[in-house]
Design a protein around this ligand. Structure first.
Ligand SMILES: [Zn+2]
Length: 400
Protein backbone atom coordinates (compact mmCIF):
# COMPACT_ATOMS: atom_id res chain seq x y z
CA UNK A 1 0.00 0.00 0.00
CA UNK A 2 0.99 3.61 -0.51
CA UNK A 3 -0.62 5.37 2.42
CA UNK A 4 -0.01 5.05 6.14
CA UNK A 5 -0.56 7.03 9.29
CA UNK A 6 2.01 8.07 11.87
CA UNK A 7 1.40 7.51 15.59
CA UNK A 8 0.58 11.23 15.83
CA UNK A 9 -2.13 10.86 13.19
CA UNK A 10 -0.29 12.38 10.25
CA UNK A 11 -1.04 10.77 6.86
CA UNK A 12 1.96 9.86 4.77
CA UNK A 13 0.95 9.40 1.14
CA UNK A 14 3.63 8.09 -1.19
CA UNK A 15 1.66 9.53 -4.08
CA UNK A 16 3.43 12.76 -3.20
CA UNK A 17 6.83 12.87 -4.77
CA UNK A 18 9.00 12.55 -1.68
CA UNK A 19 12.77 12.31 -2.06
CA UNK A 20 14.33 9.13 -0.76
CA UNK A 21 16.32 11.08 1.89
CA UNK A 22 13.11 12.59 3.24
CA UNK A 23 11.53 9.16 3.52
CA UNK A 24 14.64 7.71 5.15
CA UNK A 25 14.48 10.50 7.71
CA UNK A 26 10.76 9.82 8.30
CA UNK A 27 11.48 6.18 8.81
CA UNK A 28 14.09 6.93 11.47
CA UNK A 29 11.78 9.24 13.38
CA UNK A 30 8.34 7.71 13.00
CA UNK A 31 6.38 4.53 13.43
CA UNK A 32 3.77 3.89 10.77
CA UNK A 33 0.38 2.27 11.18
CA UNK A 34 -2.17 0.94 8.72
CA UNK A 35 -5.17 3.29 8.48
CA UNK A 36 -7.51 0.32 8.06
CA UNK A 37 -6.52 -2.14 10.79
CA UNK A 38 -4.28 0.03 12.99
CA UNK A 39 -1.40 -2.44 12.94
CA UNK A 40 2.19 -1.40 12.45
CA UNK A 41 3.47 -1.30 8.87
CA UNK A 42 6.98 -1.00 7.50
CA UNK A 43 8.10 1.61 5.00
CA UNK A 44 9.99 -0.28 2.28
CA UNK A 45 12.55 1.80 0.41
CA UNK A 46 14.32 -0.88 -1.61
CA UNK A 47 15.65 -0.70 -5.15
CA UNK A 48 13.62 -3.59 -6.58
CA UNK A 49 10.11 -2.32 -6.04
CA UNK A 50 8.57 1.12 -5.84
CA UNK A 51 8.48 2.58 -2.33
CA UNK A 52 5.54 1.24 -0.36
CA UNK A 53 4.25 0.26 3.05
CA UNK A 54 3.90 -3.39 4.01
CA UNK A 55 2.23 -5.15 6.90
CA UNK A 56 4.50 -7.20 9.11
CA UNK A 57 4.42 -10.89 8.39
CA UNK A 58 1.45 -12.62 9.90
CA UNK A 59 -0.59 -9.43 10.07
CA UNK A 60 -4.33 -9.96 10.09
CA UNK A 61 -5.39 -6.99 7.97
CA UNK A 62 -8.07 -8.16 5.58
CA UNK A 63 -7.50 -5.29 3.24
CA UNK A 64 -3.95 -6.21 2.33
CA UNK A 65 -3.62 -9.85 3.24
CA UNK A 66 -3.53 -10.98 -0.39
CA UNK A 67 -0.28 -9.11 -0.96
CA UNK A 68 -0.01 -6.37 -3.52
CA UNK A 69 1.72 -6.83 -6.82
CA UNK A 70 4.21 -4.34 -8.20
CA UNK A 71 1.87 -3.84 -11.15
CA UNK A 72 -0.93 -2.79 -8.84
CA UNK A 73 1.25 -0.43 -6.78
CA UNK A 74 2.67 1.20 -9.89
CA UNK A 75 -0.65 1.56 -11.68
CA UNK A 76 -2.37 3.02 -8.65
CA UNK A 77 0.44 5.53 -8.16
CA UNK A 78 0.48 6.58 -11.82
CA UNK A 79 -3.28 6.96 -12.01
CA UNK A 80 -3.26 9.02 -8.83
CA UNK A 81 -0.57 11.36 -10.15
CA UNK A 82 -2.41 11.56 -13.46
CA UNK A 83 -5.54 12.82 -11.66
CA UNK A 84 -3.57 15.26 -9.51
CA UNK A 85 -1.84 16.66 -12.61
CA UNK A 86 -5.31 17.58 -13.93
CA UNK A 87 -6.10 19.40 -10.66
CA UNK A 88 -8.65 16.79 -9.71
CA UNK A 89 -9.03 16.38 -5.94
CA UNK A 90 -8.01 12.77 -5.28
CA UNK A 91 -7.17 10.62 -2.26
CA UNK A 92 -5.01 7.56 -2.66
CA UNK A 93 -6.31 4.45 -0.86
CA UNK A 94 -9.17 6.33 0.67
CA UNK A 95 -10.78 4.21 3.37
CA UNK A 96 -14.51 4.70 3.77
CA UNK A 97 -15.21 3.32 7.21
CA UNK A 98 -18.98 3.41 6.78
CA UNK A 99 -19.01 0.97 3.90
CA UNK A 100 -15.72 -0.67 4.92
CA UNK A 101 -14.40 -0.33 1.37
CA UNK A 102 -11.20 1.12 0.21
CA UNK A 103 -11.07 2.16 -3.44
CA UNK A 104 -7.56 2.51 -4.83
CA UNK A 105 -8.34 6.17 -5.43
CA UNK A 106 -11.28 8.35 -4.47
CA UNK A 107 -11.71 11.50 -6.49
CA UNK A 108 -14.26 14.21 -7.21
CA UNK A 109 -15.06 15.34 -10.71
CA UNK A 110 -17.85 17.64 -11.89
CA UNK A 111 -19.64 17.32 -8.57
CA UNK A 112 -19.53 13.50 -8.57
CA UNK A 113 -17.57 11.28 -6.18
CA UNK A 114 -15.78 8.42 -7.93
CA UNK A 115 -14.24 5.23 -6.60
CA UNK A 116 -11.43 4.16 -8.91
CA UNK A 117 -10.37 0.53 -8.75
CA UNK A 118 -7.33 -0.55 -10.73
CA UNK A 119 -7.92 -4.28 -10.81
CA UNK A 120 -4.92 -6.53 -11.29
CA UNK A 121 -6.06 -9.77 -9.71
CA UNK A 122 -9.18 -11.59 -10.87
CA UNK A 123 -11.91 -11.39 -8.26
CA UNK A 124 -15.10 -13.44 -8.15
CA UNK A 125 -18.03 -11.96 -10.02
CA UNK A 126 -20.19 -11.74 -6.89
CA UNK A 127 -17.52 -9.65 -5.09
CA UNK A 128 -17.25 -7.35 -8.09
CA UNK A 129 -21.03 -6.93 -8.23
CA UNK A 130 -21.28 -6.37 -4.47
CA UNK A 131 -18.56 -3.70 -4.46
CA UNK A 132 -20.08 -1.96 -7.45
CA UNK A 133 -23.50 -1.93 -5.80
CA UNK A 134 -22.12 -0.69 -2.48
CA UNK A 135 -20.35 2.18 -4.23
CA UNK A 136 -23.47 3.13 -6.16
CA UNK A 137 -25.69 2.94 -3.07
CA UNK A 138 -23.34 5.25 -1.22
CA UNK A 139 -22.98 8.03 -3.74
CA UNK A 140 -19.87 6.86 -5.56
CA UNK A 141 -19.61 6.27 -9.26
CA UNK A 142 -17.33 3.26 -9.61
CA UNK A 143 -14.58 3.47 -12.22
CA UNK A 144 -13.12 0.01 -12.68
CA UNK A 145 -9.97 -0.10 -14.76
CA UNK A 146 -8.63 -3.48 -15.73
CA UNK A 147 -4.91 -4.16 -15.66
CA UNK A 148 -4.03 -4.49 -19.33
CA UNK A 149 -1.91 -7.61 -18.75
CA UNK A 150 -5.20 -9.54 -18.52
CA UNK A 151 -6.22 -8.76 -22.09
CA UNK A 152 -5.11 -10.89 -25.01
CA UNK A 153 -5.61 -9.80 -28.57
CA UNK A 154 -5.98 -12.61 -31.08
CA UNK A 155 -5.66 -10.09 -33.86
CA UNK A 156 -5.55 -6.32 -34.03
CA UNK A 157 -9.33 -6.18 -33.78
CA UNK A 158 -10.17 -9.54 -32.20
CA UNK A 159 -10.00 -9.79 -28.44
CA UNK A 160 -10.48 -12.73 -26.07
CA UNK A 161 -12.93 -11.68 -23.40
CA UNK A 162 -13.96 -13.73 -20.39
CA UNK A 163 -16.93 -13.06 -18.13
CA UNK A 164 -14.50 -11.38 -15.74
CA UNK A 165 -13.42 -8.91 -18.44
CA UNK A 166 -17.00 -8.06 -19.33
CA UNK A 167 -17.58 -6.88 -15.75
CA UNK A 168 -15.43 -3.84 -16.61
CA UNK A 169 -17.73 -2.74 -19.41
CA UNK A 170 -19.06 0.76 -18.77
CA UNK A 171 -21.22 3.30 -20.60
CA UNK A 172 -20.16 6.69 -21.92
CA UNK A 173 -22.63 9.59 -21.89
CA UNK A 174 -23.24 8.88 -25.56
CA UNK A 175 -24.54 5.44 -24.58
CA UNK A 176 -21.51 3.74 -26.11
CA UNK A 177 -20.06 0.77 -24.20
CA UNK A 178 -16.34 0.44 -23.67
CA UNK A 179 -13.85 -1.44 -21.60
CA UNK A 180 -10.99 0.58 -20.10
CA UNK A 181 -7.65 -0.99 -19.22
CA UNK A 182 -4.28 0.41 -18.24
CA UNK A 183 -0.69 -0.79 -18.52
CA UNK A 184 1.67 0.79 -15.92
CA UNK A 185 4.84 -0.48 -17.63
CA UNK A 186 4.03 1.23 -20.91
CA UNK A 187 2.00 4.00 -19.29
CA UNK A 188 -0.79 3.41 -21.79
CA UNK A 189 -4.56 3.36 -21.58
CA UNK A 190 -6.25 0.86 -23.85
CA UNK A 191 -9.91 1.33 -24.66
CA UNK A 192 -11.87 -1.43 -26.34
CA UNK A 193 -15.24 -0.44 -27.78
CA UNK A 194 -17.69 -1.42 -30.52
CA UNK A 195 -17.46 -4.88 -28.96
CA UNK A 196 -19.32 -7.52 -30.96
CA UNK A 197 -18.75 -11.07 -29.73
CA UNK A 198 -18.92 -13.89 -32.24
CA UNK A 199 -18.44 -16.60 -29.64
CA UNK A 200 -18.60 -16.81 -25.86
CA UNK A 201 -14.91 -15.84 -25.60
CA UNK A 202 -14.01 -13.94 -28.78
CA UNK A 203 -15.16 -10.54 -29.92
CA UNK A 204 -14.50 -7.99 -32.61
CA UNK A 205 -13.48 -4.72 -31.00
CA UNK A 206 -12.21 -1.30 -31.88
CA UNK A 207 -9.00 -0.81 -29.95
CA UNK A 208 -7.64 2.66 -29.13
CA UNK A 209 -4.38 3.31 -27.28
CA UNK A 210 -3.53 6.53 -25.47
CA UNK A 211 -0.36 7.49 -23.58
CA UNK A 212 -1.49 8.46 -20.09
CA UNK A 213 -0.40 12.08 -20.50
CA UNK A 214 -2.45 12.40 -23.72
CA UNK A 215 -5.78 11.29 -22.27
CA UNK A 216 -7.79 13.44 -19.88
CA UNK A 217 -10.10 12.02 -17.24
CA UNK A 218 -12.98 13.57 -19.12
CA UNK A 219 -12.04 11.60 -22.26
CA UNK A 220 -11.56 8.42 -20.28
CA UNK A 221 -15.10 8.78 -18.94
CA UNK A 222 -16.48 9.69 -22.35
CA UNK A 223 -14.18 8.31 -25.03
CA UNK A 224 -14.08 10.37 -28.21
CA UNK A 225 -14.32 7.55 -30.77
CA UNK A 226 -17.55 6.71 -32.58
CA UNK A 227 -19.12 3.26 -32.79
CA UNK A 228 -17.34 1.38 -35.50
CA UNK A 229 -19.42 -0.70 -37.86
CA UNK A 230 -18.23 -4.18 -38.61
CA UNK A 231 -16.82 -5.22 -41.91
CA UNK A 232 -19.09 -8.14 -42.72
CA UNK A 233 -16.70 -10.34 -44.76
CA UNK A 234 -14.18 -10.22 -41.87
CA UNK A 235 -16.90 -11.16 -39.45
CA UNK A 236 -18.08 -14.03 -41.64
CA UNK A 237 -14.55 -15.41 -41.92
CA UNK A 238 -14.05 -15.52 -38.14
CA UNK A 239 -17.49 -17.05 -37.73
CA UNK A 240 -16.63 -19.88 -40.15
CA UNK A 241 -13.37 -20.53 -38.27
CA UNK A 242 -15.26 -20.54 -35.01
CA UNK A 243 -17.75 -23.11 -36.36
CA UNK A 244 -14.84 -25.29 -37.43
CA UNK A 245 -13.21 -25.06 -33.98
CA UNK A 246 -16.54 -25.75 -32.39
CA UNK A 247 -17.25 -28.87 -34.41
CA UNK A 248 -13.76 -30.20 -33.69
CA UNK A 249 -13.93 -29.49 -29.96
CA UNK A 250 -17.55 -29.43 -28.89
CA UNK A 251 -18.09 -28.47 -25.29
CA UNK A 252 -20.59 -30.08 -23.00
CA UNK A 253 -22.73 -26.96 -22.71
CA UNK A 254 -23.07 -26.59 -26.48
CA UNK A 255 -23.58 -30.25 -27.30
CA UNK A 256 -27.24 -29.79 -26.66
CA UNK A 257 -27.42 -27.18 -29.39
CA UNK A 258 -25.59 -29.38 -31.91
CA UNK A 259 -27.84 -32.34 -31.12
CA UNK A 260 -30.93 -30.24 -31.43
CA UNK A 261 -30.06 -28.86 -34.86
CA UNK A 262 -29.10 -32.36 -36.11
CA UNK A 263 -32.49 -33.59 -34.99
CA UNK A 264 -33.96 -30.85 -37.24
CA UNK A 265 -31.86 -32.08 -40.18
CA UNK A 266 -29.57 -29.10 -39.89
CA UNK A 267 -25.91 -28.80 -39.12
CA UNK A 268 -23.45 -26.12 -38.14
CA UNK A 269 -22.05 -25.80 -41.66
CA UNK A 270 -25.38 -25.57 -43.42
CA UNK A 271 -26.88 -22.76 -41.44
CA UNK A 272 -28.40 -20.01 -43.57
CA UNK A 273 -26.43 -16.77 -44.03
CA UNK A 274 -29.13 -15.00 -41.97
CA UNK A 275 -27.91 -16.83 -38.85
CA UNK A 276 -25.04 -15.42 -36.80
CA UNK A 277 -25.36 -11.80 -37.86
CA UNK A 278 -23.64 -9.08 -35.83
CA UNK A 279 -25.84 -6.57 -34.01
CA UNK A 280 -24.61 -3.69 -31.79
CA UNK A 281 -25.99 -5.01 -28.47
CA UNK A 282 -25.26 -8.68 -28.97
CA UNK A 283 -22.86 -8.56 -26.02
CA UNK A 284 -25.93 -8.56 -23.72
CA UNK A 285 -26.24 -12.24 -24.58
CA UNK A 286 -23.36 -14.45 -23.53
CA UNK A 287 -24.38 -17.29 -25.82
CA UNK A 288 -23.01 -17.01 -29.36
CA UNK A 289 -25.15 -15.13 -31.90
CA UNK A 290 -25.22 -18.33 -33.99
CA UNK A 291 -27.04 -20.09 -31.19
CA UNK A 292 -29.63 -17.53 -30.15
CA UNK A 293 -30.42 -16.56 -33.73
CA UNK A 294 -30.87 -20.24 -34.60
CA UNK A 295 -33.33 -20.56 -31.71
CA UNK A 296 -35.33 -17.62 -33.09
CA UNK A 297 -35.38 -19.44 -36.41
CA UNK A 298 -36.39 -22.81 -34.93
CA UNK A 299 -38.81 -21.61 -32.25
CA UNK A 300 -40.53 -18.79 -34.11
CA UNK A 301 -39.69 -18.18 -37.77
CA UNK A 302 -39.80 -21.79 -38.92
CA UNK A 303 -43.36 -22.13 -37.63
CA UNK A 304 -44.62 -19.27 -39.78
CA UNK A 305 -45.72 -18.91 -43.36
CA UNK A 306 -45.27 -15.75 -45.45
CA UNK A 307 -47.93 -13.27 -44.42
CA UNK A 308 -48.05 -14.50 -40.79
CA UNK A 309 -47.48 -12.10 -37.96
CA UNK A 310 -44.90 -12.54 -35.26
CA UNK A 311 -45.28 -10.68 -32.00
CA UNK A 312 -42.37 -9.55 -29.86
CA UNK A 313 -44.09 -11.10 -26.86
CA UNK A 314 -44.16 -14.46 -28.55
CA UNK A 315 -40.41 -14.26 -29.23
CA UNK A 316 -39.78 -13.14 -25.66
CA UNK A 317 -41.79 -16.08 -24.33
CA UNK A 318 -39.86 -18.61 -26.43
CA UNK A 319 -36.50 -17.08 -25.50
CA UNK A 320 -37.43 -17.01 -21.81
CA UNK A 321 -37.92 -20.77 -21.98
CA UNK A 322 -34.50 -21.15 -23.60
CA UNK A 323 -33.00 -18.97 -20.88
CA UNK A 324 -34.71 -20.97 -18.13
CA UNK A 325 -33.24 -24.17 -19.64
CA UNK A 326 -29.84 -22.44 -19.87
CA UNK A 327 -29.79 -22.89 -23.65
CA UNK A 328 -29.22 -19.15 -23.72
CA UNK A 329 -27.19 -17.26 -21.10
CA UNK A 330 -27.56 -13.56 -20.42
CA UNK A 331 -24.40 -11.71 -19.56
CA UNK A 332 -23.79 -10.03 -16.17
CA UNK A 333 -22.84 -6.42 -16.80
CA UNK A 334 -23.06 -4.80 -13.36
CA UNK A 335 -21.91 -1.33 -14.43
CA UNK A 336 -24.66 -0.94 -17.03
CA UNK A 337 -28.01 0.50 -15.98
CA UNK A 338 -30.10 -2.08 -17.76
CA UNK A 339 -29.37 -5.22 -19.71
CA UNK A 340 -32.46 -6.25 -21.69
CA UNK A 341 -31.79 -9.14 -24.04
CA UNK A 342 -34.69 -8.01 -26.22
CA UNK A 343 -32.57 -5.04 -27.36
CA UNK A 344 -30.20 -7.21 -29.47
CA UNK A 345 -33.13 -9.42 -30.46
CA UNK A 346 -34.99 -6.40 -31.87
CA UNK A 347 -31.83 -5.23 -33.61
CA UNK A 348 -31.67 -8.64 -35.24
CA UNK A 349 -35.28 -8.41 -36.39
CA UNK A 350 -34.51 -5.02 -37.95
CA UNK A 351 -31.59 -6.57 -39.80
CA UNK A 352 -33.94 -9.24 -41.13
CA UNK A 353 -36.33 -6.48 -42.15
CA UNK A 354 -33.56 -4.74 -44.11
CA UNK A 355 -32.94 -7.97 -46.00
CA UNK A 356 -36.59 -8.32 -46.91
CA UNK A 357 -37.46 -11.22 -44.62
CA UNK A 358 -39.63 -9.30 -42.16
CA UNK A 359 -41.72 -6.17 -42.31
CA UNK A 360 -42.49 -4.25 -39.16
CA UNK A 361 -46.23 -3.78 -38.63
CA UNK A 362 -46.30 -1.80 -35.42
CA UNK A 363 -44.25 -1.32 -32.30
CA UNK A 364 -44.43 -4.96 -31.26
CA UNK A 365 -45.16 -7.00 -34.33
CA UNK A 366 -43.58 -7.99 -37.62
CA UNK A 367 -44.95 -9.76 -40.65
CA UNK A 368 -43.01 -12.57 -42.26
CA UNK A 369 -42.46 -11.75 -45.95
CA UNK A 370 -40.08 -14.53 -46.92
CA UNK A 371 -39.18 -17.78 -45.25
CA UNK A 372 -35.51 -18.24 -44.41
CA UNK A 373 -34.37 -21.17 -46.51
CA UNK A 374 -32.26 -23.77 -44.73
CA UNK A 375 -29.70 -25.05 -47.23
CA UNK A 376 -29.59 -28.82 -47.78
CA UNK A 377 -26.21 -28.97 -49.47
CA UNK A 378 -23.02 -26.96 -49.67
CA UNK A 379 -23.87 -25.93 -53.17
CA UNK A 380 -27.25 -24.62 -52.15
CA UNK A 381 -25.65 -22.87 -49.19
CA UNK A 382 -23.18 -21.09 -51.47
CA UNK A 383 -25.95 -19.97 -53.84
CA UNK A 384 -28.08 -18.64 -51.00
CA UNK A 385 -25.08 -17.05 -49.39
CA UNK A 386 -24.04 -15.13 -52.49
CA UNK A 387 -27.63 -13.96 -53.03
CA UNK A 388 -27.70 -12.79 -49.40
CA UNK A 389 -24.40 -10.93 -49.65
CA UNK A 390 -25.55 -9.36 -52.89
CA UNK A 391 -28.42 -7.85 -50.87
CA UNK A 392 -25.99 -6.80 -48.13
CA UNK A 393 -23.79 -4.99 -50.66
CA UNK A 394 -26.75 -3.25 -52.30
CA UNK A 395 -27.96 -2.25 -48.89
CA UNK A 396 -24.67 -0.79 -47.72
CA UNK A 397 -24.21 1.08 -51.03
CA UNK A 398 -27.64 2.63 -50.66
CA UNK A 399 -26.70 3.75 -47.18
CA UNK A 400 -23.51 5.58 -48.07
ZN1 LIG B 1 -3.96 -3.10 7.83
Amino acid sequence: MLTARTKTGKIICLGNEYKKETLLAFRNQEEFICPVCGEAVILKLGEQRIFHFAHKRGGSCLEFSEGETENHLKGKLQLYRWLVSQNIPAILEYYDREIAQRPDIMFKFQGQRYALEFQCSPIPERIFIKRTRTYRDNGYEPLWILSHQHLHFKKRNVLSLSNFHYLFLRTAKTGKFYLPSYCPDERLFHLADSIIPYSVKQAFVQHSIYPIEKLTLSSLLNPPTAFKKLWLPGWERELEKFKMQWSLHPRANTNHFLREIYSQNMNLFLLPAEIGLPVPHSLFIQTSAIVWQTYILLDVLKEKKPGDLLKLNEIRGKLNRRIARKNIMIRHLPQLDSVDYMVPVKEYLYVLERFGILLQQDIDSFQLLHTIIIPRSNREKEELRSAFYQKVMTFSQNNK
